[in-house]
Write a protein that binds this ligand. Structure first.
Ligand code: B12
Length: 250
């Protein structure tokens, strides 16, 4: 069944105008600008206008192209992971953990592999948080162990065991050569090997370039993308570890 059909809006409703940016490995000159327009044309932009071109270091040029595409978007065919749990305040999260778990909920976080981009995981874990929300360290009933950058998978498994982790939170920001996918698969396989089902912590990965639909493929319980806030993560933890379990055993 097809649902509402939309097309991009640039100057007037439904005119199909989009803006695209990319870099070509050529110095900035007239030929480079022509090359950018050729690429835009091959990608279906017609007409295409070059609105910005700037040389970036030796032999690279960054372009912004504005132009018309004919493609339509069928909103009924869009597939996304919707939030399927209620958003709770820090007070509510603490209350549920205290009442149902009767101990602190243990969370272990890290950037694994060679990834040293800790800002994202720190935004979720550190008390200072992000976007006006405090991080998980602020939650009285959560015990947070932040292992920081470039943690090896065996060290992460060991720390999760030592901390009796209820959930392991892994951040992957670098996606070159699909490093985020390889590292996540290695991590989930290591936990499956080291711990029997039922004793394994909840495995959560996050980062700005993950496809949130890939949980089964990567062997994790949940993927969080760009713009995630600590409150969403805390609410998910309570939902997945406490509310769902209670439902299952009822
Ligand atoms: C800051 C930064 C650095 C800093 C990192 C400092 C630090 N301690 O983190 C430094 C200078 C060290 C750095 C180094 C490098 N960087 Co850098 N870096 C960035 C930059 C500018 C910002 C990233 C950031 O902090 N974002 C802000 C945070 C808050 O956002 P976030 O990570 O997306 O996190 C949010 C969500 O994704 C989510 N989330 C993230 N993780 C998790 C985990 C869980 C469990 C959950 C629930 C949620 C979650 O929640 C967060 C809050 O909303 C980006 C470009 C950009 N503008 O994004 C490049 C960028 C990520 N870096 C890049 C690269 C290539 C590198 C280097 C390889 C460069 C080099 N040649 O040396 C090195 C690699 C170092 C390494 N070993 O990892 C590329 C990655 C390209 C790619 N596709 O992989 C980027 C995109 C720049 C670019 N356009 O080329 N970098």
């Amino acid at each position: 069944m097809s649902g509402p059909i939309v097309r991009p809006y640039g100057d007037t409703t439904g005119d199909g105008m989009v803006q695209m940016s990319f870099t070509l490995p050529v110095p900035h000159d007239k030929r480079a600008e022509g090359a950018a327009l050729q690429l835009a044309g091959k990608m279906g932009m017609d007409p295409a206008m070059l609105v910005h071109a700037k040389q970036m270091g030796d032999g690279f040029t960054f372009f912004v192209v504005y132009g018309r595409v004919n493609h339509l978007v069928d909103l009924s065919a869009v597939q996304v992971v919707e939030r399927d749990f209620p958003l709770l305040s820090a007070k509510e999260v603490n209350a549920v953990v205290k009442r149902r778990l009767r101990r602190k909920l243990s969370v272990v976080g890290a950037c694994i592999g060679t990834d040293a981009h800790t800002v994202g995981i720190d935004a979720i874990l550190n008390v200072k948080g992000i976007a006006g929300e405090k991080g998980l360290e602020y939650y009285r009933e959560l015990k947070v162990t932040n292992l920081g950058a470039q943690v090896s998978v065996p060290d992460l498994v060991e720390a999760a065991r030592a901390e009796r982790a209820d959930a392991v939170l892994v951040s992957q920001v670098v996606t070159q050569r699909d490093a985020h996918l390889h590292n996540t698969r290695e991590m989930s396989a290591a936990f499956r090997e080291a711990m029997p089902a039922g004793k394994r912590p909840l495995l959560i990965v996050g980062g700005p370039r993950f496809d949130e639909m890939m949980t089964a493929e990567l062997g994790v319980d949940r993927i969080f993308g760009r713009g995630t806030t600590p409150g969403e993560v805390a609410s998910y933890l309570v939902h997945a570890l406490i509310t769902q379990k209670a439902k299952a055993s009822a």
